[in-house]
Design a protein around this ligand. Structure first.
Ligand code: FES
Length: 110
């Protein structure tokens, strides 16, 4: 089995706590958030009506869609609140020194 490839996504200092930070890497649009010193990344498109989370909010582990208010768990992309019913892809991350690395090739549960 081949090892997953991780590529640089952002610096730790680029991702303030409890904020939505948006990045693009290898054609993947990603929402990155820091919650209590841990980092999480999910696909930057709501599964309800394709809205980006660029103006969304994070409250604890909850990611809120700015358009109709669906709620996702930023840890794994699962749905916590309607009107969305389908999860969004989450991405494995690694921290190396001050860098956050992402794996965009990992299989998704969505
Ligand atoms: S587009 Fe996100 S809740 Fe409708």
């Amino acid at each position: 089995m081949s090892e997953l490839e991780f590529v640089p996504l952002a610096k730790i200092t680029d991702v303030p706590e409890n904020r939505v930070s948006c990045f693009e890497v290898n054609g993947h649009h990603v929402v990155l958030s820091q919650v209590k010193g841990e980092f999480f990344a999910v696909h930057n498109k709501c599964s309800h009506a394709d809205q980006s989370f660029n103006s969304g909010r994070v409250r604890g582990h909850k990611l809120l869609c700015p358009l109709h208010g669906a709620i996702f768990d930023i840890r794994d992309g699962s749905v916590l609140g309607a009107p969305a019913f389908h999860p969004i892809k989450s991405y494995p991350l690694k921290i190396e020194n001050e860098d956050i690395l992402i794996c965009t090739d990992a299989p998704s549960s969505d």
